[in-house]
Design a protein around this ligand. Structure first.
Ligand code: 1HN
Length: 349
């Protein structure tokens, strides 16, 4: 996307090439096969960030950088193949954010969509358009485009979460914009709709007590998907992956137009079927230890680790534990590829 292609045809007379350049013209024939490669190409590479390495650096950031200065105290997970682009894949951003007790990260809104998956600590919250969303380990909170949001902390220990945004995609569309920050206001509600309106699958409220924003649910407390995964795992035939998609409970659509979210339960000894797709995904380990094959890389993981699967890389997960399950969360750009007619998936033997 940012790679400069060579369009100069060295076999042409110099005067002709200069005449083209002077008129902002270039031959297509020298670049055609770079624009349309016969093999799928990605600059992003498979990579894993260890919680063990990141945690002390996050705590140090909290000592070194006041929240007033940082506004968002985030360490960016930068794909080694996409240096300088603030991107974990060509379309997705990921970072780990830390907030300390009594800190307040001011309010803003922006065109990119965001999601948060809580990694560690209790007592923090995100306010999304006035709705107070508690942040406990494993909880998912979404911040749809142009919704005001801020973060606060009423607990007693540092809280860390994984931020996922579609910033690289929105920047490619030259549609990235944010409001100026303003001080956070007290939340308008003490709870979010996951606590009283979306507590059971297959049931939606006749009438909501929350404002109708098009995003009826903005928080998924981890207990619900974990319980659902455990029930599925107990009944699913061996060999059938146990995975759930997070959806907008009123439409069944992905929670955000640009990003899909899933959680997966790996039974003891399970090896998932290998597959690849045109989407890219960022995985986060909620529970358990195992390893994943991502293309030619084999990445071992444990709780708190984050790893990335670029497009069209074969993905297979293994939980080698004799008795403990493992739980992976992932977010991806699948909704974008699907809506553009670019989604393709392949199972491998
Ligand atoms: C942002 O607004 C947040 O609101 C987190 O917590 C991470 C990364 C890039 C740009 C904006 C937040 C972000 C971000």
């Amino acid at each position: 996307m940012t790679t400069t292609l060579s369009t100069r045809d060295e076999t042409l007379p110099t005067t002709y090439s200069q005449a083209l350049e002077a008129l902002s013209l270039g031959p297509l024939w020298t670049a055609l096969h770079q624009l349309l490669p016969n093999e799928r190409q990605t600059q992003a590479v498979p990579h894993r960030w260890r919680w063990h390495d990141l945690r002390p650096l996050l705590l140090e950031a909290a000592r070194l950088v006041p929240i007033e200065q940082a506004e968002r105290r985030v360490l960016v997970l930068e794909n080694p193949g996409l240096k300088g682009r603030y991107a974990i894949t060509a379309t997705l951003f990921a970072g780990l954010q830390i907030i300390l007790p009594r800190e307040a990260a001011p309010s803003h809104h922006h065109t990119p969509a965001a999601l948060r998956l809580v990694v560690e600590g209790r007592g923090a919250y995100t306010t999304v358009d006035g709705v107070k969303c508690a942040m406990e380990p494993g909880d998912l909170i979404i911040t749809p485009p142009m919704r005001w949001h801020d973060h606060g902390h009423e607990g007693s220990e540092p809280v860390v979460w994984l931020d996922g945004l579609d910033i690289p995609l929105v920047r490619a569309l030259e549609a990235s914009w944010a409001s100026r920050m303003r001080p956070a206001r007290p939340p308008a509600t003490e709870t979010d709709s996951s606590q009283d309106e979306f507590t059971a699958a297959g049931l939606v409220p006749r009438r909501s007590r929350y404002a109708d924003t098009g995003y009826p649910q903005v928080r998924w407390p981890w207990a619900a998907p974990r319980g659902a995964l455990a029930a599925m795992a107990a009944a699913a035939p061996a060999g059938q992956p146990v995975a759930l998609r997070y959806v907008n409970p009123k439409t069944g659509a992905p929670p955000l137009a640009t990003m899909g979210c899933e959680c997966q339960w790996l039974r003891p000894g399970e090896v998932t079927p290998a597959s690849r797709s045109t989407a890219s995904a960022v995985y986060h380990v909620i529970e358990g230890r195992g390893e994943s094959r991502i293309g030619d890389a084999v990445l071992a993981w444990e709780p708190g680790d984050t790893f990335v699967a670029p497009p069209w890389h074969v993905v297979a997960h293994t939980n080698p534990a004799p008795s403990a399950p493992a739980c992976l969360f992932q977010f991806n750009d699948e909704p974008v590829l699907r809506s553009l007619g670019l989604w393709q998936e392949e199972s491998l033997p």
